[in-house]
Design a protein around this ligand. Sequence first.
Ligand SMILES: CC(C)(COP(=O)(O)OP(=O)(O)OC[C@H]1O[C@@H](n2cnc3c(N)ncnc32)[C@H](O)[C@@H]1OP(=O)(O)O)[C@@H](O)C(=O)NCCC(=O)NCCS
Length: 171
Amino acid sequence: MDFTIRAATLEDCKDISRMILELAEYEKVPDQVKITQRDLEQDGFSKNPFFHGIIAEVPEHHKSREGHTKVGYSLYFYTYSSWKGRAVYMEDLYVMPEFRGKGIGKALMSKVSQLGLAAGCTQLNFTVLDWNKSSLDFYLKQGCWDVTSDLGYHCMRCEGDALEHLAQGDL
Ligand SMILES: CC(C)(COP(=O)(O)OP(=O)(O)OC[C@H]1O[C@@H](n2cnc3c(N)ncnc32)[C@H](O)[C@@H]1OP(=O)(O)O)[C@@H](O)C(=O)NCCC(=O)NCCS
């Protein structure tokens, strides 16, 4: 199947928002999505964007059952390792179910890698849920390794009231 991978634009935010929700539904946490199309437009497409995106698009004659031609996406941003220097973080990777197994996910991930290397990065980082065996297998097949099981790192987070308290120094 023909498809193209290209940089996301402001006009893609509606479809990115839709696919973010689809991915969250797949991950069984749709209620966790607080981001709106407008947030994406502001945070990704104004001066000093917080993230970048790429879109997988199919020609009109291959559109999805619901009429979508934007069928996959990845969001990424740049980070820094005090050991290894520049790094790229892949926040999301998603391909709509009816378009999986056609090389689109691999092409999206390859594009994020190319962009990262071009920006001088030496690492591509991302997380995957422990039960998401099929995606874990997909990543292992792409040559990635499991930092949690191999090095014992845990993902940590502070948010909401705890973040406010931390910021105010009154914990
Ligand atoms: C993970 C995902 C992005 C893969 O995209 P995809 O378009 O289906 O994958 P591709 O067709 O590009 O597959 C690329 C290669 O990985 C292999 N692969 C795909 N799924 C695999 C799996 N479950 N186990 C092992 N290998 C797999 C393919 O066989 C292919 O191998 P090849 O290059 O030797 O032919 C897609 O399945 C998806 O969106 N899943 C749901 C959302 C998700 O879990 N995202 C990741 C969140 S961390």
